[in-house]
Design a protein around this ligand. Structure first.
Ligand code: AHG
Ligand code: MN
Ligand code: MN
Length: 334
């Protein structure tokens, strides 16, 4: 028997919609159920990742049935495209795995939403059995029908326009964490019944933490204020002894930061002068969740959510975490 209250994510979304938007069509819950379905399919594949390798070893790239063994990020992308594509209310999808936006419907009646995703985040961690994730961001298509507007223009909206965002972390358990602009809630997949059950209601990020999370191998090429900030944290002068943790899957590193507080940074480096992470399907959804949980997300100059996007795959610096650590970082970046 599950020890969680039996509130599924579907029930939760329906109730939240009913409470906050009486008269809502149910469209949005239907859309989100496409995402939860896809992530259960992805979770099933992630859980079998090591076995697929065994099967695939017999014949390079093919499993025992002779089927082509596909990379998990391709499988994850297909699961999302398929599960969302037939929901009937998605206009455009955009993914890390597709160079251009994928148009589902140009018909105004049947295309209310724009969904952007990173189907498999932290994919290099798959080979070593470490947590990976899926990240999504949901926007509304601009309400004025305009036959001249391109699908890319539908997609390129600032993060503040997101109506919902979330992620799934395929960790020691599978968790779905989302916000629809009314706080952040977390659900754990009960594999016995295949349902996400509420396990972390109303998540708030602690106002400070004692972990910093950064790829320190790049530190020599961080701009000086970042190096000074990290030295300050290490010195104990910030009033506490910090530990460092870095998984290399944004979802997993952020999930820890959300629950335990502290700071996650991906500053500019010599190989990625604008930062490495992607604005539309990594930084924006993570920033929306962080702010909804009382945390902070900036690029060092402005709120991530206020950044006007210029292209689908653009990169940004991402500094996200607890208020205290981010306030201090701001002092250094002045
Ligand atoms: P993806 O697997 O979707 O390409 O994302 C990888 C990203 C992100 O998950 C992580 O925070 C970052 O790359 C790690 O980068 P470094 O290896 O440069 O630290
Ligand atoms: Mn990613
Ligand atoms: Mn990815």
């Amino acid at each position: 028997m599950s020890t969680f209250p039996m509130m599924t994510v579907q029930q939760h979304i329906l109730e939240e919609q009913r409470r906050l938007r009486p008269g809502a069509s149910g469209d949005f819950s239907w859309l989100l159920s496409g995402i939860t379905l896809a992530t259960k399919m992805i979770a099933a594949q992630v859980r079998r990742a090591g076995l697929v390798d065994i099967a695939g070893a017999a014949d390079e790239g093919k499993n025992v049935q002779g089927e082509i063994v596909q990379k998990l990020d391709v499988i994850a992308n297909q699961a999302l495209l398929q599960c969302l594509g037939n929901r009937g209310n998605v206009a455009v999808m955009a993914s890390e795995e597709n160079a251009e936006p994928v148009v589902v419907s140009r018909d105004w009646e049947n295309g209310t939403y724009v969904v952007i995703f990173d189907p498999l985040d932290g994919s290099s961690n798959i080979d070593v059995n470490v947590s990976v994730g899926t990240i999504f961001s949901i926007l509304r298509r601009s309400p004025e029908p305009d036959k001249y507007r391109t699908p890319l223009e539908d997609v390129l909206q600032p993060g503040l326009k997101q109506v919902a965002a979330g992620y799934v972390v395929y960790g020691s358990s599978t968790m779905f964490v989302y916000t629809a602009g009314n706080g952040v809630n977390g659900f754990t997949l009960d594999p016995a019944i295949g349902a996400y059950l509420i396990s972390h209601p109303n998540i708030t990020m602690p106002a400070h933490g004692s972990i910093y999370s950064v790829n320190e191998a790049n530190a020599d090429s961080f701009p000086e204020p970042y190096r000074k900030y990290l030295a300050h944290l290490k010195s104990g002068k910030a009033g506490r002894q910090y530990s460092s943790r870095y998984i290399g899957s944004l979802v997993a590193d952020f999930h820890r930061t959300l629950l335990k507080g502290g700071v996650f940074l991906y500053p500019p480096t010599s190989s990625h002068p604008k930062g490495k992470l992607r604005l539309m399907y990594e930084a924006n959804p993570i920033a929306f969740l962080a702010e909804q949980a009382q945390g902070v997300a900036t690029d060092g100059t402005r709120r991530i959510l206020e950044k006007p996007p210029e292209s689908l795959h653009e990169r940004t610096t991402l500094l996200v975490g607890s208020r205290t650590e981010l306030d201090l970082l701001k002092q250094f970046l002045k």
